[in-house]
Design a protein around this ligand. Structure first.
Ligand code: WT7
Length: 628
């Protein structure tokens, strides 16, 4: 890795923004803007927050009782007022808010006024069910507009939404509903994956059977013929909303009121429920969307994420709507029905901002340059990448096929950070593979394990001061929240290994912990291990991440079988199916190797680092604690 990086740093080309890009941009001089912001971050954030509407102003910008932060104290707001009401009262009322393109070629378009009405109807229906401020609602939907409507309707009333990605299996959904103690589940009959209808309702049925807190399930029925509903407990979305008024005032909420919980993987088997709040999250997602993508009213903004992950929360739903943008949301995979799918959408809708992922770029790269070349991509002006490091080859390809003059914003952040923290702005010179520099107001650094800044070189990525969109806690587990701020003294530790070069550019290298990034999705090795061990043929399992050409990383499992179990190809398949049933398709190990022992410390902890080094033919480093 280190050697590879050395050559990368030496050979890296600098891509300067065009004069036109700088001319148009909100921020024309990064250094000046950054220095001014961190000279007094609270003043900076105060100014940004004032660009938005509040019911009542705050008296204190930040209360920092290490490591607990509160932002905009005394202020009351509701994030949906800034996503909807503010625009509906302006000329944007009839502006397109959401363009949805379905996998089957469908199209649905919502103006701000229409989205506002739908959200209000949904909020009124939620109230009719007796939902109260602070109650949790689990949303398990495919990528359809109802996902946005349900999220905003919850937020409007101060309910806490918990969106669970619709690729998760029943046990994974069940544990998330249980942890959140949700009163309501919202789902659909089907999602689509490359032309195949994937039933979702049976997954919810299975999960909810073990979730006594769930009182009702709402089902969006894409196929009106399909699926009976159990009277009383299950309601059809359309019938549920029928007759509800299109008016509903947003509830004024204290700035620190929880907006949502979103589960993400860590180093233990139990996912963590990251909690974000109305005020600070609103300010962070608003300004990052505006400055990073240089978002203007005439833009058509296309983000390929799924609202099941944080990128969808912050950069399909909240950030763009806070800015009054036109957001394009497309169901389905980048290469279905053809590898021209996204290029076609860009041409057809005149997309000007395109935010995607390294995995998708590498996938499209495999199909060749003809696909993008057959489309007019001249409307594009700003590109984005997120979720994992982008390798320079993929960066260069993406840059070239889109015309060679559009800046790529390689945005680094996390579920926990709520919004983008290290990123170029359009005016910043780019180095392919580097997320460049911190966003204004953010004091990011690379330090050693004692928290000492390394100047230039490799170390751990940290944030040295609180920021408005930071998570406030981990639901039901404040100790786990504390550990982010305890690992390295005085800093928020992101869990990423990072290199800082002579120009102060950040090069994120991957996770420092037992988290694997498969196609940008965060998967805890411990979760996959416990899924494997729950299979009757398995005694013990260890899971590592391993480089993969398109997905960035892939999962490999090492498994010790119970005595008398035979290693057969069928058994390996069963183990994979078992993980799919326990967690979902995204967590299935691509490779499983049967072994007779695993490297462990004397205290019995599996040394995944040693397994990984062996697998990759590298030096395992210090193995003095290894028992066998
Ligand atoms: C982890 C967070 C950020 C929203 C989607 C993923 C990795 C994210 C980058 C990037 C290198 C990146 C980090 C981070 N990551 N963006 N631009 N370059 N690595 O959110 O699931 O919470 O994952 O994704 O390892 O810690 P997440």
């Amino acid at each position: 890795m280190a050697e590879h990086l050395e050559t990368l740093l030496k050979t890296s080309r600098l891509y300067r923004p065009t004069a036109q890009t700088v001319e148009r941009a909100y921020i024309k001089d990064y250094d000046a803007a950054y220095q001014a912001s961190i000279a007094n971050p609270e003043r900076f954030w105060d100014g940004i927050a004032k660009e938005l509407e509040w019911f009542s102003p705050w008296h204190t910008v930040l209360e920092w009782k290490y490591p607990w932060a509160k932002w905009f104290l005394g202020g009351t707001c509701n994030i949906t007022c800034n996503c909807l009401d503010r625009h509906v009262r302006s000329w944007r009322s009839n502006k397109v808010a959401v363009i949805w393109v379905g996998e089957q070629g469908e199209e649905r378009i919502f103006t701000y006024a229409e989205l506002y009405r739908q959200v209000n109807r949904c909020a009124n229906a939620l109230t009719r069910l007796g939902m109260q401020q602070g109650d949790r609602v689990t949303i398990y939907l495919p990528k359809i507009p109802e996902q946005i409507i349900a999220m905003l309707a919850c937020a409007r009333l101060g309910l806490i939404h918990s969106v669970v990605y619709s690729g998760f299996s029943a046990p994974a959904l069940e544990s998330r509903i249980q942890d959140a103690e949700a009163r309501l589940a919202i789902t659909a009959d089907y999602g689509y994956d490359r032309g195949t209808a994937i039933p979702l309702k049976p997954v919810v049925d299975k999960a909810v059977a073990n979730c006594p807190t769930i009182e009702k399930t709402i089902v969006v029925r894409r196929d009106k013929q399909g699926g009976d509903l159990r009277a009383g407990r299950e309601l059809d979305w359309d019938e549920w909303l029928e007759g509800e008024s299109t008016a509903c005032d947003a509830r004024p909420l204290d700035a620190e009121t929880p907006l949502y919980v979103l589960y993400t993987s860590g180093t233990t088997g139990k996912p963590k429920g990251v909690v974000h709040v109305h005020g600070g999250y609103m300010v962070g997602t608003y300004i990052t969307t505006k400055y990073v993508f240089d978002l203007k009213d005439e833009d058509v903004y296309f983000c390929v994420a799924d609202p099941g992950w944080v990128t969808g929360h912050s950069y399909i739903v909240y950030g763009p709507l806070l800015n009054g943008a036109t957001v394009l949301m497309a169901e389905g995979k980048p290469d279905y029905p053809t590898p021209g799918r996204w290029w076609e959408i860009i041409e057809q809708y005149g997309v000007s901002i395109f935010y995607t992922t390294p995995t998708a770029i590498r996938l499209l790269m495999k199909y060749g340059e003809d696909w993008p070349q057959h489309h007019d991509l001249s409307t594009l002006r700003i590109l984005g990448s997120v979720g994992e490091p982008i390798n320079p080859e993929a960066w260069e390809w993406f840059h070239r096929v889109t015309g060679g003059d559009k800046p790529i914003m390689d945005t680094w952040w996390q579920t926990e950070t709520g919004s983008i923290l290290v990123t170029p702005l359009p005016c910043v010179p780019l180095k392919p593979g580097s997320a460049t520099r911190p966003f204004p107001g953010i004091e990011a650094d690379v330090v050693d394990k004692n928290g000492r800044s390394i100047g230039t070189g490799g170390g751990f990525a940290v944030i040295k001061k609180p920021w408005p969109s930071m998570m406030r806690t981990i639901l039901n587990d404040p100790d786990r929240y504390l550990s982010y701020w305890n690992t390295i003294p005085g800093c928020y530790t992101a869990g990423d290994v990072c290199h800082k070069d002579d120009d102060g550019y950040f090069w994120f290298m991957g996770r420092a912990d037992d988290v694997v990034k498969v196609a940008g999705n965060r998967i805890g090795t411990a979760e996959v291990e416990s899924a494997l061990v729950s299979h009757e043929a398995v005694v013990e399992a260890a899971v590592i991440g391993k480089p993969h050409q398109t997905a960035g990383e892939m999962i490999k499992g090492f498994v010790i079988l119970k005595q008398g179990q035979q290693e057969t190809p069928e058994l390996i398949d069963h183990l994979k199916q078992h993980v799919q049933m326990e967690l979902g398709k995204i967590a299935v190990p691509r490779e499983i190797e049967i072994v007779t022992s695993l490297p462990k410390t004397r205290s019995g902890k599996i040394m995944r680092r040693v397994l990984k080094a062996k697998e990759l033919g590298q030096d395992p480093g210090d193995i003095s604690t290894l028992e066998e």
